[in-house]
Design a protein around this ligand. Structure first.
Ligand SMILES: Cc1cc2nc3c(=O)[nH]c(=O)nc-3n(C[C@H](O)[C@H](O)[C@H](O)COP(=O)(O)O)c2cc1C
Length: 201
C-alpha cells in the first residue's frame, strides 16, 4: 500500500502535525507487526513552503483532465492518484481550512474534471478501494467549528474517488503543541492509525 499524508499547517510540529505523526506511527507499527502487511510505503509531505498557485478556473482541465499551472502541485498529482490511503491535516482558520490546504483542494478541480467531465477513473486500475482521513484542530469550542471543513472534505474525497473513512477533530487547542496536554488526543490519533492499518487492505 502507498499512503500519502499531507500536513498543511505552517506550524511544523504544531497540533495537526503532531496528530498526523501519531496516526502514521500507529499505521506503521501495526503494519510492521503484521508480517504479511509489512513494507508499506508511507509518505508525508508538508505543504508549507511549497509553491502551489491558486486555481484560476481556466478550464484547461475540463478538456485535458490535468492542470495547466506548472508548480509544485504537478509533483503531488501523481501521489494523489496513486495513494491507497490519503490523510489530510489542516488547522481551522476562520472556520475553514488553512490557505495551504485550500490551495491544494482547489487545484484538485483538475481531478474533479477528469472524473466528472471526462468520465475517466482517478484511481489507478487494479488498486484496492481508497480510504481517507481528515485531521483538524480549532482553538474555539462549539458544534459548528468543523461543520464547513467536513463538507469540503466530503466533496474533496469524492472528487478523488476516496472513501471518507475517518475524522480526527479536536476543539479548544490553540498554542503550538498544546495537543500534547490533551488527555486523549494523541492516543486517539495513534489508535486511529492502528485501526487503519488493520482495516485498509
Ligand atoms: C489565521 C488564523 C485563523 C484562525 N481561525 C480559527 C477559527 O476560526 N476557529 C478556531 O477554532 N480556531 C482558529 N484558529 C486557531 C487554530 O485553529 C489553532 O491555533 C490550531 O491549534 C492550529 O493548529 P496547528 O498547530 O496545527 O497549526 C486560527 C488561527 C489562525 C492563525
Amino acid at each position: 500500500m502507498y499512503i500519502l499524508a499531507i500536513s498543511s499547517s505552517p506550524r511544523i510540529y504544531g497540533n495537526t502535525d503532531l496528530l498526523l505523526e501519531e496516526v502514521l506511527r500507529g499505521l506503521h507499527e501495526t503494519r510492521e507487526s503484521t508480517s504479511d502487511r509489512g513494507g508499506d510505503d508511507i509518505e508525508k509531505i508538508r505543504l508549507s513552503g511549497l509553491e502551489i498557485s491558486p486555481c484560476t478556473q481556466c478550464d484547461f482541465c475540463r478538456q485535458e483532465g490535468c492542470c495547466a499551472l506548472q508548480d509544485d502541485m504537478q509533483d503531488i498529482y501523481p501521489k494523489l492518484t496513486k495513494a491507497d490511503g490519503l490523510i489530510l491535516a489542516s488547522p481551522i482558520y476562520f472556520m475553514a481550512h488553512c490557505a495551504q490546504a485550500k490551495l491544494l483542494i482547489d487545484r484538485c478541480q483538475a481531478l474533479w474534471s477528469r472524473r466528472y467531465i471526462l468520465k475517466q477513473p482517478i484511481q489507478d486500475p487494479g488498486r484496492p478501494r481508497r480510504r481517507g482521513i481528515f485531521i483538524s484542530v480549532g482553538a474555539t469550542r462549539g458544534s459548528k467549528v468543523f461543520a464547513g471543513v467536513k463538507i469540503t472534505m466530503k466533496w474533496f474525497f469524492d472528487a478523488l474517488e476516496v472513501e471518507y473513512w475517518g475524522n480526527l477533530l479536536f476543539e479548544g487547542l490553540d498554542a503550538k503543541g498544546s495537543v500534547r496536554d490533551h488527555p486523549t488526543a494523541l492516543e486517539e490519533a495513534y489508535q486511529l492509525g492502528c485501526r487503519a492499518a488493520r482495516e485498509w487492505s
